[in-house]
Design a protein around this ligand. Sequence first.
Ligand code: GLC
Length: 588
Amino acid sequence: MDAVRDSGNAKAEPHSSVEADELNLPRLLEKRRLNIDRKSSLDERSLSELSLGGNVRNVESYDSMYSPMATTGARSGWDTPASTTPRASDPHPMVVDAWDSLRRSLVFFRGLPVGTIAAADHQSEQVLNYDQVFVRDFVPSALAFLMNGEPDIVKNFLLKTVQLQSWEKRIDRFKLGEGAMPASFKVLHDPIRKTDSLAADFGESAIGRVAPIDSGFWWIILLRAYTKSTGDISLAESPECQKGMRLVLSLCLSEGFDTFPTLLCADGCSMIDRRMGIYGYPIEIQALFFMALRCAFWMLKQDAEGKEFIERIVKRVHALSYHIRTYFWLDFQQLNVIYRYKTEEYSHTAVNKFNVIPDSIPDWLFDFMPCRGGYFIGNVSPARMDFRWFSLGNFFAILSSLSTPDQSAAIMDLLEERWEELVGDMPLKISYPAIESYEWRVVTGCDPKNTRWSYHNGGSWPGWLLHPYFHHSLSLSLSHYNQLLIAANAVLLWMLTAACIKTGRPQIARRALDLAESRLMKDGWPEYYDGKLGRFVGKQARKFQTWSIAGYLVAKMMLEDPTHVGMVSLEEDKAMKPAPKRSASWSC
Ligand code: GLC
C-alpha cells in the first residue's frame, strides 16, 4: 500500500484544471496498475486516482483532487470481512419463519440453487410471472445468503444471469442491445426427459414491453457485494463477468445526443415497472447507475478492454454526481429559489437552466417541505421537475455516496422531521404523494392497479410506513397508529436500514423493524399494502413475497452486525466535490 500512499500524497496538493489536462493518462493508469495490489486488499479504489486524467476539462466543482483514501490507504469504515455470521442461536420466531420461507422459494437448475422465485403464494389464482427469478427481487435474498455465509447460490445466480445476457434479444423485429440483462428467468423442468432449461424475459414478455434498465445495475452491485463479502475476487475477474460488466457499461455509457450525464429512461424500466410518469431521468435509475459505475470501477481489470471503460466511468461519475447534487437537490431554500425563478432565460448565464415554470410546483410541496432536511426529487428534464419523493433513489444515493455527507444527513433529517413532529415513527412510501383523479388518468393511462395509494402509486411497500400527514389529519393516537399502520413489508426496509446505519442513525431503522415485526408474518409476508394509512393488504398483493421475507432478514442482520452494510455501501470519494453548498444548517 505504500506506493498507493505515495501517489496519493503527490495529489494532496491542489491542482489547477490546466495541470489536470496536462497529466498523461496512460502513465497514470500504468502507475495505478502497479500501485494497487487488488488481490491483497479489498480497499475501495479512489476515483481521484484517475480524476485528473483524460480530457476532463471541467473541474469547476471539484475544488480539490485530494482524497484521503488515496493518501492514507485507509480501509473503508464499512468493510465487511468474509461473512461468516452464523444464524443467531436463539432467533426471533419470525426470523426462523423467514428463513424457512426463503429456503422454500429456492429455484434449482440442474441440481444447483440459482435463485429464488418472486413469490411462493400457492393460494393466488394468478401466478403471472411471480414464479420466476427476478434479478432485482433476488438482491435481498442474495444479501441474506451472503450474510449467512452461504455465497454459492449467489455465485450460481451471477453466472447464470451473465450467460443469459449473451442471448440474442428481440422484440418483434427489433434487436435489443447486447448488454441488456433479463428482468427475470424461469427454470423449466422436463420430468420425462429429466432435463432443465431456461426461459428469460428481457422485456419482450413483460407487461408494457419495457426492458429493465435496473437489472444490469443490480447485477454489478451484487457482484461487488459477493466479492466484498467473500474476499473471492476470482469471480469478478473471470472473463465472463468482466465481459458482462463491459456490456452493461457500453449500453449506458454510449454517446448520443444527450446534454445531461443522467441516463434517459422509458417509463416502467425499474422496480416501478408500469407507467407511472417516471420516464426521463428517474432518480431511482440514476442512483443505481451511479452505484453500478462505482462498483464496476472497483472490479474492472486494467486490461486493454477494461481500461477504456475505467476512463469513461471516471468522467461520467464526476459529471453525474455534479448534475444530481446540483439540479436534483431540493430543500426549503432551493424551493424558494425555484418559486422565484425567472423564465425564458437564454445563454449560459441562465439561473433557471431547464426553464422550469414556478407555477408547475405542486401545492402539496409547500406544506410538505420542512425547514430542516431535503431530498433528491424524482426527475429533472426540460421544463419539468417531478417533485415526488422516491425512497429507493434517495436511499441508494446515500449508500453509493452520490449524496454528499451533508445531503445524506439532510435526507435522514427530512424523514425524522416528519416522523418526530407528527407520529414519532417512520413515514415511508415507495413514492410520495400519490397521484389521483385527472392526473392519475393522464400519467398512468388509467391503470387500475396503480390507483391512488396503491401499489407503485404511493402504496405502502415493504418497509414503507405511513406518511405522518395522514396520522395528523386523522388524529390517531401513536399506539393506534403503530398497531394499524406500520404495515411494514420489507423490500425496501433493508435499504432504509443500510442508509440509517451509514448515516449513524440506526435507531430509526430499529424502530421501523420492531414495528414491521408486529404485522409482516401475521399477514403472510405480503408484497405491499394499500390505502392512505397502509392498513390494508394490497388488493393484488401476493403473499409470501420473497423480497419481503429476505428484506426483513437483511435488515435484521445488518442491525445485528452493522459491518454487513459494507456490502452495499460505498464511501464518499473526496474527489467528487459537491456543487456550492446552498445551506449549511438546512434551515429556513
Ligand atoms: C412487480 C413489481 C416489480 C417486481 C415484480 C416481482 O412487477 O413491480 O418491482 O420485481 O413484481 O416481484
